[in-house]
Each structure stands twice: as structure tokens, then as C-alpha cells.
Design a protein around this ligand. Structure first.
Ligand SMILES: [Zn+2]
Length: 249
């Protein structure tokens, strides 16, 4: 019975390790999620700014075309002015020249303002681009480093599963069944008893049960939580597996 108990403990240690490694390798990829979110947000903002800038460029082009047309109109108004034969024609032509000049000046002033703002936006966009590139590099480096970590975890997990299967094969079928059912119900199956108290549920065991445990002739269950119990002072925990530092957290 002592052997079976030790084998059950070993199985439990192996199971814990498998579970730890399994959850570590599942949680690892999520660690880069905040970085991915930041990057996506910045990229979205940048795309919006680019679209706005493109719109402004189109607008500037139409304004420039309009100015070119106004200049042509100004030229023809000026030649009309030179050819005017009376004061009525002269008056009309000079008003037209004046209007066209004003229209051109106004449009050029507006265009100049917008061009200045656009230049600022373009500079900002370039610096944002640099920020985004930095984040992309960071993410790529993170993913590369993580690939190594994931591969290492996968190797450790495969090894731990082999050890677990080997441990399972050594335990009597009947106890494997009890063990599995307790793991399903309680999370883990084997609990130490320290100073007469079950460490699985923190209940003090009846003294006679505590004495039975000291004999190590049978595997007993805790009356409260149903876990398989053993006296910690009678059984040294299997050092070979227990003392290994946890490989992942
Ligand atoms: Zn208990």
C-alpha cells in the first residue's frame, strides 16, 4: 500500500506539472495582445489622417486649377480694358479686372494657409510612421522570442506528459479510477495530513484514523473531502520531481 500511495503522489506531481505547462503555453501568446492592440489603433489613426491629407490634396488641386482659369480670365479682362472705346466699356472692364484680381488673391491666400497646415500634417505623419515602425519591430521581436519560449514549453510539456503516462501506468487500475474521479470532483486527489489535519479540506481527522494512517497499511480517505490521505510525517514527498523549480508561471 505504501508503494501505491507513493506512486499516486508521483502521479499527482506529474499531473500538476502537466497542467502548469499546459496553461503556461496557452497563456503565453496572449501576452503580446496589448502591443497588438496599440499597433492596430495607431495604424487606424494613421490611415484616417492619410485619407484626410489625400482629400486636402485633391481640394488644393481644384483650387490651383481655378486660380489658373481666373488668371486667363484676368488676361482677357485686361485686354478688354486696353481696347475699351468709351468710359462705359472702360468702367465695366476695370471692374472685371478688379474682381478677378481679388478672386485670385483670396484664393491664393487660402491655398497658402492650407498648404502650411498640410506641411505640418505631413511632418506629423512621418513621425507617426516612425512610431508605428518601432511598435512593429517590437512586436516582431516579441513574437520571435515567444516562438522560442513556446517551442521550449511544448518540449517540456511533451516530456511531462510522458512522465505522467509512465507514472499512471505504475498505479493499480482501481486506484487510477479513484484518483481520476477525485481529480474531477476536487481538483486534486491526494492530500497530506499534517498534525492530524487534512490539508485538502482543513478538517481534523478522527484520532483513530490518524493512527491508522501512521501504520501505512492501507490507503484511507478523508471523511469530509473524500481525498486519499497520508501522513506527511510518514511519507517523504517524492523529492525527485517535487524539488524541481516550476518551469513556467
Ligand atoms: Zn479532507
Amino acid at each position: 500500500m505504501r508503494d501505491q500511495l507513493l506512486l499516486l503522489l508521483q502521479l499527482q506531481t506529474c499531473d500538476v506539472k502537466v497542467r502548469e505547462l499546459d496553461s503556461a503555453s496557452k497563456q503565453l501568446p496572449a501576452k503580446l495582445d496589448p502591443l497588438r492592440r496599440d499597433l492596430a489603433k495607431l495604424e487606424g489613426m494613421l490611415a484616417g489622417e492619410r485619407a484626410k491629407l489625400a482629400e486636402t490634396d485633391t481640394w488644393r488641386k481644384t483650387q490651383q486649377d481655378q486660380i489658373d482659369r481666373d488668371r486667363e480670365a484676368l488676361k482677357s479682362a485686361q485686354s478688354k480694358l486696353q481696347q475699351s472705346k468709351n468710359s462705359k466699356e472702360f468702367g465695366a472692364a476695370s471692374r472685371e479686372v478688379e474682381n478677378k484680381r481679388k478672386a485670385i488673391n483670396d484664393r491664393e491666400a487660402e491655398l497658402k494657409k492650407v498648404t502650411e497646415v498640410t506641411a505640418q500634417s505631413t511632418t506629423q505623419l512621418a513621425s507617426r510612421d516612425a512610431d508605428i515602425q518601432k511598435l512593429r519591430d517590437e512586436l516582431a521581436a516579441g513574437e520571435a522570442g515567444m516562438a522560442d519560449q513556446l517551442a521550449a514549453l511544448a518540449a517540456q510539456l511533451a516530456e511531462a506528459k510522458l512522465a505522467r503516462d509512465a507514472a499512471r501506468a505504475q498505479v493499480d487500475k482501481q486506484w487510477v479510477k479513484t484518483y481520476d474521479s477525485l481529480v474531477g470532483k476536487r481538483g486534486y486527489a491526494v492530500a497530506p495530513v499534517i498534525k492530524g489535519v487534512c490539508q485538502g479540506c482543513h478538517m481534523a481527522l478522527p484520532p483513530q484514523l490518524n493512527n491508522i494512517l501512521a501504520r501505512m497499511e492501507s490507503i484511507e480517505t478523508c471523511p469530509r473531502c473524500g481525498r486519499l490521505v497520508y501522513r506527511k510525517d510518514m511519507v517523504e514527498s517524492p523529492k525527485d520531481t517535487k524539488d524541481e523549480p516550476p518551469t513556467a508561471s
